[in-house]
Design a protein around this ligand. Sequence first.
Ligand SMILES: [Zn+2]
Length: 588
Amino acid sequence: MNYIPENIVSEIRNAADIVDIVSDMVILKKAGKNYQGLCPFHSEKTPSFSVSPEKQIFYCFGCGSGGNVFSFLMKHEGMSFPEAVRTLAGRVGIEVPTRDLTPEEKQRFSEREGLFDLNRRAMAYFQHMLWKSRAGEPARAYLERRGIKPAVAETFGLGYAPKGWDHLIRSFSKKKIDPAFLEKAGLTVPRKSGRGFIDRFRDRLMFPIRDIRRQVIGFGGRVMDEGLPKYLNSPETPVFSKSRTLYGVDTARAKARETRQMYLAEGYFDVISLYQAGITNAVATLGTALTREHVRLLRGHAGEATLVFDSDQAGVRAAVRSVDIFRKENMDARILVLPEGHDPDTYILEFGAEAFQGVARKARSVMDFMMEDAVKRHGLSIEGKVRIISELTGPLGTIEDPVARSLYVRKLAERMGVDEAMIMDKVRVAPVGQPEKRAQSEIKPASFQGRRKRLEKKLVTMMLQFPEILPEVADREVIDRFEDPSLKSIGQSLVYRYRDYRGGRISELIDSVDEAHRAVAANLAITGEEWTREGCLNLIAQFETGQKRGSQDLLQRIEAASRDNDQALLMKLLKEKQNQARQRHNKT
Ligand SMILES: [Zn+2]
């Protein structure tokens, strides 16, 4: 992992601001010295995710994820360390030499970058075909029919993939681009019979799909007649994953941050029509069902989502499914089901933007939507009402705000014509403020038990927060006497790396810690403590006295065991003593 020169890694780490990077994906609010937000790694309603601008680290008290800016990118984007370093390098404008990479590493890096570059060139090619070629005439007419203005089409980078089997391949082979690499980007497919490739997208209107950094990661292609499939998307590639991507996030982001609202629509054209109507904070999933990951992405840009669905059967079913996912992810949502036979695109075309905003204001809350949907399905017969009530008591119990909960209970009681108290009785209130814990292999603070471990923990905190003390810790061989394996590993890495401490930030110290223990280190480092050299020396002394007392205890216990003639215990204690002696011996 040292093939990117250490001084360059360090330069990048110092130039990048973790608050800035995390803000791309999480809404952060200042809280004291730190920033807080909803964790992107687990579902929660009250923020337990902290970022320290001073220490340049993050830690989530809900799920125990933590680290520095590199760890954040690795976890959030599924990157390797070198990938995270290179991504940040690009962002802060520092060049990373590739000469130190092995051929395989070079290939992996250049593959990602190559795919972005290739997609960008493909986008330019499709744009050229749409606006500048005779072949693009029907596509231009099609956009006009659908009422999309050229300026908006350009904002979204729309293009056209011409009719025929290999226009893109031929155009790109003139630029010496290998068809096999085009296949890797999902732009071509192998011929069914014989060798070679054909273009994946043929005679389709092209929608480039961009990430938050406006890099083109894939494409959606739509037929302009009744052909099938209506939409064709790029396959999953090293830079494109449908379940982690929202169409339009690059254009929607600014307004969503400003208004705390995001519209979630069903298709590419919905997003574009909404944008053209002045509702620029709209995104869509890529023709796949909504996932929890999508909701987590959304939560990074807005506090509430308005889900826009067609009123047809499939639309309502999708709404019901999505509502459930929003509930599980603890994100507020409102549901807008458009009048019969309309999607946002056709609605705006027919009635205009203002009318759309009018119905959007009347979007129902999740509970209202679920209630109406249940009534529609079960009817208001006695059996129907029984079913409705039993179906809704679970979701009602998950409403955290007791006022909101009791208002909904009253509403349901009135609608069903039963006593409010009866429904309240059935609503079992879910425990509040308990973030869903994720399995973590790292040691959690709760498991540090006993005085000794507390001391070890405090010593490591000290080393992270007051690294000037590291040479002293090294000289007195404090870490060698640690018992907790995770703390020992962190302590050893720090001492090993900073025996000759010459300055460095906490975020840098964390990189020298083994990856498996980085979150624990971030946890210890992020709490605010003031250290002085004197305080540190006291703490070390306290640890050393504790140790001595421990060995005296052992001697007394050995005496007692031999007095009681407890051979088994005696053997055990003697072995312990041997170990201690060996440890002491190794040190001298
Ligand atoms: Zn978390």
